[in-house]
Design a protein around this ligand. Structure first.
Ligand code: SIN
Length: 556
């Protein structure tokens, strides 16, 4: 049976005043939505500091067809090609057609894109037919965007920010969303924010894997809480791995942007041969899933656990302007991009699927919306086109803004009173009857379980059994591990952030394994060793998980 809450509502200590909209997450998707809705009463909850988001780490850039001969239709075609037959065409059309307008909005919010010879400088990345990737600070695009969005949104009076605030669960009543349960991380206080509009924009799932480009906060919380509330989850088997991640001396990871290949860098096997030549017409700039697949093959054949990235033939004067952060990080690790080959290997990077939404950001639960990496609009299909992620967060955040704006205009003057009363009734009832949907464990701050070991085992099993390559047996092994832990009552009704994150990670891992076991084919970012071919006849459809049921949606 699916557990509905991480912490039972009967433990709630405080019910806040009604608010027009609660946004969970402060990356590009969450903050841009909040800024647009700033005429209303908005609360932004974020688990860490305001700027600690995956957006901050985006190096390469943001894609938009802003300059002829490029046109939105070419961007559309490239996105569909990368998505390997699984993109929702309308979702892609909305994404790419609105992209240039979103760039104008970013510039208005103060974002300074790099300029060359008086024009916005554009680069290319894997799968793009034209240079259409805008960048900032050379290779610090996400940082520049996030900084500007944070400072702009802070200046808006009606937005309240709750940093270090862990959103735990969505409260629903009569088939609609009526609030968010959360925990103030510093005090451990459990509260509800009554609202009729909740936007989940809480980023990715990278922490499920040993190697990921995501920050430590990416524990899949948004997907897990939406699923517990009864939301549909789509395309979750498609976990994207980035080809070129560098292992630092201190065992950390550092992404080396695909834009470096966009500027001409080569991939070489450990004997020095360019292995992408002859394997794809775009060579090193093939879509990401294809590059990763060829890298795995090459590493196996050459018995090396890395390949080289080679930028030594590119004029250093150019590299210095375009990749100042990469150059400095490599230098800290004793390497010089001008003359050294850089050892790289793939690492988890992006969740293509997530909470299923329609074209306006609605989930199947009234009043619950999602955008950004947490959401599955269908625009990425089986493999996201490089630099489409920041843009997807912006475009669908804007769609959600229009949607919520309309609902707020049309809602009855009593909505706040009614929603708050509905929340109070649920909490009262839980407290009075002592009904504990998750068992009746008392919350304790002290945890007797060795959470670090449990998290490491989960990462290990996900990396070795549900990573780039999967097969039925590996998925079964992972399923057993997850099934055993997911039933553990000790991980619910607690105030320990790591334990609660672990519960979310288990839930998301379970969903990935369920969908990956069902999809008996290889497509995009989902590679089944036991089903190596793509099977369009049977599998050109989305897998949708809701509670313990599975649905399929055909792709047009
Ligand atoms: C990169 O800079 O290589 C990452 C771009 C992306 O994931 O879209």
């Amino acid at each position: 049976m699916i557990k509905r809450f991480l912490v039972n509502p009967s433990y709630i200590e405080n019910i806040r005043d009604y608010t027009d909209c609660v946004i969970i997450g402060s990356g590009i998707a969450g903050l841009s939505t909040a800024m647009r809705l700033a005429d209303h009463n908005i609360k932004v909850l974020t688990k860490s500091s305001l700027s600690d988001s995956t957006t901050w780490y985006a190096q390469g850039g943001v894609a938009a067809a802003i300059k002829k001969p490029d046109f939105w239709e070419t961007h559309y075609r490239d996105t569909l090609t990368a998505g390997q037959g699984l993109c929702d065409r309308e979702a892609v059309r909305i994404l790419v057609k609105n992209a240039p307008g979103m760039i104008e909005d970013l510039i208005e919010a103060g974002v300074k894109f790099d300029i060359s010879e008086g024009e916005i400088s554009l680069t290319t990345e894997g799968g793009h037919s034209f240079p259409r990737v805008l960048h900032a600070g050379g290779d610090a695009t996400g940082e520049e965007i996030e900084k500007k969005l944070v400072s702009h949104s802070r200046s808006l009076k009606l937005i309240d920010f709750y940093p270090e605030y862990f959103a735990l669960d969505i409260l629903t009543g009569k088939d609609r969303c009526i609030g968010v349960m959360g925990m103030d991380i510093k005090s451990g206080k459990l509260e509800v924010f009554p609202t009729s509009n909740v936007v989940i924009a809480s980023g990715g799932i990278g922490q499920l894997y040993e190697l990921s480009t995501n920050p430590p906060i990416s524990t899949g919380d948004g997907i897990a809480m939406a699923f517990r509330a009864g939301a549909e989850i789509m395309d979750i088997e498609f976990v994207q791995f980035h080809p070129t991640v560098f292992r630092t001396r201190d065992s950390g990871l550092f992404l080396i942007s695909e834009a470096l290949r966009g500027e001409g860098a080569y991939l070489r096997d450990c004997r020095g041969n360019r292995f992408m030549v002859g394997r794809h017409p775009k060579e090193e700039l093939a879509p990401r899933d294809i590059v990763v697949k060829e890298m795995i093959r090459t590493m196996e054949q050459s018995r090396c656990n890395f390949v080289y990235l080679d930028a030594t033939h590119i004029p250093y004067s150019h590299l210095k302007i375009r990749f100042p952060n990469i150059i400095s990080k490599l230098r800290e690790n004793g390497l010089d991009l001008k003359k050294d080959l850089i050892k790289v290997s793939p690492a988890e990077h992006y969740m293509n699927g997530g909470i299923k939404t329609d074209y306006d950001g609605n989930t199947n639960i009234a009043g619950l919306y999602s955008c950004g990496e947490t959401a599955a609009t269908g625009a990425h299909g089986a493999n996201r086109l490089a630099s489409n992620s920041l843009m997807e967060g912006l475009v669908y955040g804007w769609k959600i803004y229009q949607n919520i704006e309309k609902r707020l205009r049309e809602s009855s003057p009593d909505i706040g009173k009614n929603v708050k009363a509905a929340v109070e009734k649920i909490i009262d009832n839980e407290k009075r009857t002592g009904k504990k949907q998750n068992g009746d464990k008392v919350i304790t701050i002290e945890t007797k379980i060795d959470i670090d070991t449990m998290i490491s085992s989960l990462k290990n099993i996900m990396s070795s059994k549900v990573g780039i390559l999967r097969h039925a047996e590996s998925l079964q092994t992972a399923e057993k591990f997850i099934g055993f832990h997911i039933k553990n009552e000790n991980i619910y009704n607690r105030k320990d952030v790591r334990v609660l994150e672990f519960a979310n990670m288990l839930m998301v891992a379970d969903l990935i394994i369920r969908a990956a076991s069902i999809r008996e084919e290889s497509r995009g970012n989902h590679l089944r060793e036991d089903f190596p071919g793509k099977d369009d006849k049977k599998w050109r459809k989305h897998i949708i998980l809701k509670d313990d049921k599975v649905y399929f949606k055909k792709v047009d």
